[in-house]
Design a protein around this ligand. Structure first.
Ligand SMILES: Cc1ncc(COP(=O)(O)O)c(C=O)c1O
Length: 461
């Protein structure tokens, strides 16, 4: 969608919805691939998660609220662990991080990636074993690197020559030998939105493979001998469905591995292929299972290693979205319904771009359902929008909701576990929603709702 300052261009009106979106035979039906695994529609017609009605959740915690199906999140961790039993699975904490989730992923045997001091502090305060933490970021400060060393994080993914120098100095001061991976920009553009594709060459992350910087970074670390170079790292983008991008990336990064062996006589023992595995936001998305992914990634790595005559390195991956994304839905209350004389129906909810920026930022597609009741009305193509002063404040661009949707109804948007609460803002001084974990019919607050007092507490002028 092209936008101007006031949001979508007014001439760009398409009130038919995208070609893939069809009016459902049953507007109350929940498409299982889009929802956390314990979500059902109860006998009263309301959506329930782990046996608990969304009406009860809204009554207790208010709206908007992010609802996490704890068993779903844990089962996705287990699926990845089972699919990658001899590899390491690092949950990418940037997708969503809070202490309860750190404990869940730690209990399920995953490792954890952080990329700022704040994420590191959250991980450590929840008891994540530091040796299972990886530290990412293209501009880690000296203070952040020092904290990571003092905490004893398991690996640091270095991203620039400046960082190598900083880390080397800090390691010398402390007399430690941190384990590092070199983040390589492999020149693969994943088939996804430009702003979340992170491995074409003109971007801020990593060392360029084509330009020789990645090889020079590895040589520098090996020659200086202060840091322990464990391997290479590549992350090619997000919301990827096509494994061919990983194939090209593995081929290129393993060619670099062979180059390093030939030049320095060292075979690096580890390889990280990053995250970016796609999930289903709408019925047009058909993600691979972790088992499929594991099979494909292993095949790719095995054949590239055979071609380069390399021992197969210890593999790690970094899924974020694929673990937490489908485990959460956002529950909103409808405030107004505006029918623009057949042009479009706008359903305004009590949140918006402050709790889900992805639609405005990435032109992301979501789906939605009327959650507080079932309806016998006909499906109506609607646009779910927020309450912010911005016409680009869209949550769900196009979805069929029952034609009798009305103020006071609850609407649920699935697939909001990743990059929604973690990217939430206070735009228009709207306090950020809470996160509630539901398990066995019990709801537990894991991140409380922000209050206006919280906002005013920061305003010390
Ligand atoms: C280095 C790295 N690893 C992993 C991820 C996680 O990606 P996703 O949540 O799409 O799996 C990201 C996301 O930006 C990333 O930059």
């Amino acid at each position: 969608m092209r936008a101007h300052e006031a949001g979508a261009l007014h001439a760009d009106i398409n009130n038919q919805g995208p070609a893939w979106l069809r009016a459902p035979a049953d507007v109350n039906a929940l498409v299982p691939a889009l929802w956390p695994r314990s979500v059902t529609r109860g006998a009263d017609g309301a959506v329930a998660v782990a046996g608990l009605s969304v009406r009860d959740i809204a009554a207790e915690f208010g709206t908007p609220v992010y609802v996490l199906d704890e068993a779903d999140l844990r089962s996705r961790c287990r699926d990845f662990r089972a699919a990658f039993p001899t590899e390491d699975v690092f949950y990418a904490g940037k997708a969503f991080l809070c202490r309860a989730v750190v404990r869940m992923i730690a209990e399920e045997g995953l490792h954890l990636d952080v990329c700022t001091g704040g994420e590191l502090a959250t991980a450590l305060s929840a008891g994540m074993p530091p040796e299972r933490i990886g530290f990412h970021g293209n501009n880690k400060s000296v203070a952040e690197l020092g904290r990571a060393l003092d905490a004893g994080v398991g690996r640091i993914i270095v991203d620039s020559f400046t960082e190598i120098d900083r880390l080397t100095a800090l390691a010398r001061e402390r007399g430690v030998r941190p384990r590092v991976l070199v983040r390589v920009t492999v020149g693969v553009e994943a088939h996804t939105h430009e702003f979340i594709a992170t491995a074409h060459e003109d971007q801020k992350f990593g060392f360029s493979l084509a330009g020789g910087a990645a090889a020079n970074a590895a040589f520098k670390i090996l020659d200086e001998g202060v840091l322990e170079l464990r391997g290479l790292h590549s992350h090619i983008g997000s919301q990827i469905f096509d494994a061919s991008g990983f194939e090209v990336s593995a081929r290129r990064v393993l060619a670099l591995q062979a180059q390093i062996r030939d030049a320095r006589g060292v075979e690096l023992p580890e390889l990280d292929l990053g995250g970016g595995f796609g999930i289903a936001y709408t019925t047009q998305d058909d993600p691979a299972t972790p088992q499929d992914l594991a099979k494909r990634l292993r095949k790719i790595v095995d054949s590239e290693c055979a071609a380069e005559n390399l021992a197969v390195p210890h593999l790690s991956i970094e899924p974020g979205r694929a673990i937490v994304g489908p485990a959460v839905f956002t529950l909103y209350e409808v405030g107004t319904v505006k029918d623009l004389d057949g042009l479009r129906t706008y359903v305004s909810v009590d949140g918006g771009m402050s709790d889900n920026i992805r639609t405005a930022l990435y032109d992301a597609s979501y789906s939605a359902t009327l959650a507080s009741r079932a309806s016998t009305a006909q499906p109506l193509l609607a646009r779910v929008v927020g309450k912010h002063c911005e016409s680009g404040d869209i949550v769900v661009k196009d979805e069929f909701l029952p034609a009798d949707v009305q103020p006071g109804d609850l609407v649920a948007v699935p697939g909001t576990g990743a990059y929604c609460r973690s990217m939430a803002s206070n735009y228009n001084h709207v306090p950020r929603p809470p996160v509630v974990a539901v398990r066995d019919g019990q709801a537990r607050l894991i991140v409380r709702r922000e209050t206006e007092d919280d906002l005013l507490a920061l305003d010390v002028g």
